[in-house]
Write a protein that binds this ligand. Structure first.
Ligand code: ZN
Length: 80
């Protein structure tokens, strides 16, 4: 299984659907087995979904980047 660090490294791309199916599978496996990452993964996806639904289709870079940054900052500092 990949480590939390590897998970975090790919997670931004995962949220933006920019990863290969193989990497996606690795991340989903990690999330299913790591409680800390699962909690953050879950809330991150909800945040992204909210933002995606409130704008029309694709997130422009200027909108998506700060969200990803915020999520990543939380991932790095929010672990207990
Ligand atoms: Zn983890």
């Amino acid at each position: 299984m990949i480590s939390c660090e590897e998970f975090l490294a790919e997670f931004g791309d995962y949220l933006e659907n920019r990863i290969s199916p193989e990497v996606r599978q690795e991340l989903e496996l990690h999330v299913s087995q790591c409680r800390a990452c699962h909690v953050l993964y879950d809330s991150s996806r909800k945040t992204v979904k909210l933002v995606t639904e409130s704008s029309s289709f694709e997130l422009p870079e200027s909108v998506s980047e700060p969200i990803i940054d915020r999520v990543m900052a939380r991932l790095r500092t929010g672990r207990s």
